[in-house]
Design a protein around this ligand. Structure first.
Ligand code: ACO
Ligand code: LMR
Length: 614
């Protein structure tokens, strides 16, 4: 529905935000929620190079605001948006504002940036006037239509918004140059009347896109606004144009106004106040001269800013007393839930965590492994075995145990291209898949028959040992259960062709381990199984499994802790950790050779099909 020219914003206003101003967008949506608007006031965000969604809150509900790479795309998707809030920096604010003025649907453009060259500001204003559009700014925080639409960060926190009754419609129209003074004035107006209808800060530049008088005339034309309030500033002719407008009867509604800068008389001539335009070069530009001229045409001008609130109250009360206005009742604002992070930072909330981690912590300044800062791990040259100890067992292992872990990783790193894991990795690499897919394919072959018998060996040998089964009783019990002993057997290694890896592991353990009870037990088992078949040796999985248990015995860990590790299946991680090195190597090897797609040869397949159907 088209709004009358005097009305820039209402409860249906939708805007496009230029710039990824997530805080400002959330504050606008919080305001919308406080005003009980039907829809959020932000339709879209424009952030060059992005086309995604910004997730934010509407009250407690999470909503998405679409992000577009350019203004035209956003306008095309959101024709209902007629306000653009331009957060572009002074370097690009002019260009982006001109783009906005070219979009027919955009009627109001708010330019936040400071430092735009005056000639650009004057050109923006000229184009806007020609197109019957309105620019608010530059160098402004914007403004607010109480109970309807908030520009960016105007009005401060939600608490301040509600305290200043900005969440509901009032009857006072306000305009000033300064954003800071505007927020102050909204509060004064709320305490001395039934609140603001609309407040605009036109910005402090010498050539604003719209001036004080233009907004006052909009308020004059708006029947919902019963009185006007304005804060002028020392310097320039703006306030004199208001004096003329009142004289000419263009402003008839009660106007309360104060021109700030009266203290300037005590300073050297020509000194500049905060805003670009705030300096008095001629006597008529002084605050005194302007305040006096305003008084003389019937504007309500207090003796000082301290009396500004009283002047507003007196004027509002007179409107009511004269039967010209019935005060708008207050309205409650729905509570905005505090953001969790903010509430947590203020110790107002607590919640159970969904995750527990006891091995590493990256939440502080420095990564910590089980209590050891990463800088210490590096500066004291912890071995890879010690790092494994920290992250797997939460302690810095003594050198012999850490070395055992490293030896296992070295020995299990690879066993040639013919074993299951390497084979799958090679075939997958030759199928053109990426590293992760090729290695994952190899890892998926690790299991009870290949590489994944480490944990099973530790579990079954320890169980038999703990149950005080003789090796013969153990072998017999597994046969009865028709189960193969995990850690026993190999396709090519045998007593006659021993697995050097197992030899090296046994040698290291005998040299370095405080004791090897489970290895000794497993070797007794091996004597029995190899008596049946030469290849039923203690294989590398079995050796790693039983020696891992012997390592824990040697570390003096209690039975419960050792059993917990064995039961977890985590000891298979030793083979997995090592063999991944080899699988990555096979992937790199195949890609290095640019090996083609692999197809298994026919003559290596027995085709044993059912009889052919005629
Ligand atoms: N425990 C007891 N008996 C066994 C075992 C075993 N682990 N492995 C084989 N046998 C017996 C079989 O029961 C069979 O006996 P039978 O003739 O009375 O039926 C005989 O030995 C031959 O069995 P196969 O399965 O033909 O032996 P194969 O040499 O093919 O098996 C394999 C090798 C797969 C490794 C097998 O020994 C096995 O499954 N072992 C347990 C799992 C394991 O430890 N895998 C790790 C291997 S090392 C690595 O992957 C790094
Ligand atoms: C390996 O380490 O991959 C092997 O022991 C298995 C095999 O068949 O060689």
């Amino acid at each position: 529905m088209k709004r009358p020219d005097y009305l820039l914003f209402d409860r249906d206003t939708r805007s496009i935000i230029f710039g990824m101003q997530t805080n400002a967008v959330q504050r606008m949506l919080d305001f919308d929620y406080c005003c009980k608007r039907e829809k959020p006031s932000v339709a879209a965000i424009v952030d060059p190079g992005r086309t995604d969604l910004f997730k934010c809150f509407y009250g407690k509900k999470e909503v998405f605001v679409p992000v577009y790479p350019d203004l035209a795309a956003a306008c095309a998707k959101h024709p209902e948006a007629d306000v653009m809030i331009n957060f572009a920096s002074f370097r690009s604010a002019y260009d982006t504002t001109m783009q906005a003025l070219d979009q027919d649907q955009l009627r109001t453009v708010v330019v936040i940036a400071e430092g735009i060259p005056e000639r650009f500001s004057r050109h923006m204003r000229a184009v806007a006037l020609r197109k019957n559009k309105v620019i608010i700014g530059p160098a402004t925080v914007g403004g607010i239509a109480a109970g309807a639409f908030k520009i960016g960060n105007t009005g401060g926190t939600i608490d301040n918004i509600v305290t200043s009754k900005l969440h509901r419609l009032g009857s006072v129209g306000f305009v000033s140059k300064s954003g800071g003074m505007s927020n102050e004035a909204y509060n004064i107006i709320s305490r001395n009347s039934d609140g603001l209808f609309e407040g605009i800060a036109i910005g402090g530049d010498a050539y604003p896109g719209s001036n004080l008088l233009e907004h006052l005339l909009r308020y004059e034309a708006n029947p919902a606004i019963k009185m006007l309030v304005c804060l002028g500033e020392v310097g320039g002719e703006e306030e004199w144009r208001i004096v003329d407008a009142v004289k000419q009867g263009k402003i008839k509604k009660p106007l309360v106004m104060w021109v700030t800068g009266t203290s300037i008389k005590h300073m050297p001539k020509g000194i500049q106040f905060g805003h670009a335009g705030a300096k008095a070069d001629a006597s008529r530009e002084t605050a005194e001269a302007k305040n006096q001229a305003l008084r003389e045409v019937g504007v309500v001008v207090p003796q000082s800013f301290d009396d500004f609130g009283q002047a507003i109250k007196h004027t509002f009360d007179k409107l009511v007393a004269d039967g010209l206005h019935k005060p708008i009742p207050d309205a409650d604002a729905p509570a905005i839930p505090m953001n969790y992070k903010e509430a947590a930072a203020r110790n107002l909330v607590r919640r159970p965590t969904n995750f527990t981690c006891t091995i590493s912590d990256d939440s502080g300044d420095e990564l910590i492994y089980a209590g050891h800062k990463i800088s210490k791990v590096i500066s004291e040259n912890y071995s890879v075995g010690e790092v494994i100890g920290l992250l797997w067992f939460k302690e810095r292992l003594p050198k012999w145990a850490a070395s055992f872990m490293e030896i296992v990783v070295k020995l299990s790193a690879d066993h040639g291209p013919c074993v299951s894991g390497a084979h799958n990795t090679i075939v997958t690499a030759r199928a053109g898949r990426d590293l992760m897919s090729a290695v994952a394919s190899g890892i998926l072959t690790i299991g009870p028959r290949f590489g994944g018998a480490v944990a099973g060996a530790a579990l079954s040998f320890k169980a038999a040992y703990d149950a005080k089964l003789s090796p013969a009783e153990f072998v017999e019990s597994m046969k009865k259960k028709n189960q193969k002993i995990q850690g026993i057997g190999h396709l090519i290694k045998s007593l006659k062709n021993p697995d050097m890896r197992v030899v090296l592991l046994k040698r290291f353990a005998n040299d370095q381990f405080p004791k090897t009870p489970l290895l000794d037990y497993a070797l007794e088992v091996e004597k029995l199984t190899t008596a049946k078949k030469d290849t039923l040796i203690l294989n590398v999985d079995g050796a790693i499994g039983v020696l891992s248990v012997d390592m824990m015995y040697g570390l003096g860990w209690d039975e419960e802790r050792i059993q917990s590790v064995v039961d977890s299946g985590g000891l298979n991680g030793l083979f997995l950790l090592g063999r991944t090195i080899g699988m990555i190597g096979h992937y790199m090897d195949q890609t290095r050779m640019k090996a083609p797609l692999y197809r298994h040869p026919w003559d290596d397949v027995l085709y044993d099909l059912p009889p052919q159907v005629k």
